[in-house]
Design a protein around this ligand. Sequence first.
Ligand code: CDP
Ligand code: MG
Length: 137
Amino acid sequence: MSEVQRTFVLIKPDAVRRGLVGAILARYENKGLAIEALQLRTIDGEFADRHYAEHVDASWYPPLRGYITSGPLVALVLSGPGAVEAVRTMHGATDGITAAPGSVRGDYALSNRENAVHASDSVASAEREIGLWFDAS
Ligand code: CDP
Ligand code: MG
């Protein structure tokens, strides 16, 4: 049995706008993951820069910044055995065009930017992101 982990997830503004919050949350619950924290929130560009610190110098960061601040998103903490890898697998590849059918992005996205969801890519990233979004005020 894998160790129980916590991971950080965003249901991004495109998915919230399209009314997909319930459908996406149901996938995590059906999988057996526990919702530890959940918040509807709209972030500003400065906060986006902190969340996406590793990407701020990328050529595609300015439009990503515009998108992620464009409306409410849902931030959540999920926990369960191997939760970091489990949720990344459920979400599928970054680009919705090539993400496998059955994955969240494969089912709900046709873009490599507006791709419905975010999840931490490691236990260390999860700790950093949970601290940024939920533990700091
Ligand atoms: O989210 P994931 O870890 O799969 O991908 P990433 O490479 O860490 O990129 C973070 C986010 O930036 C993606 O989920 C996309 O929303 C966005 N992105 C983008 O706008 N344009 C790209 N060429 C690549 C990623
Ligand atoms: Mg990433």
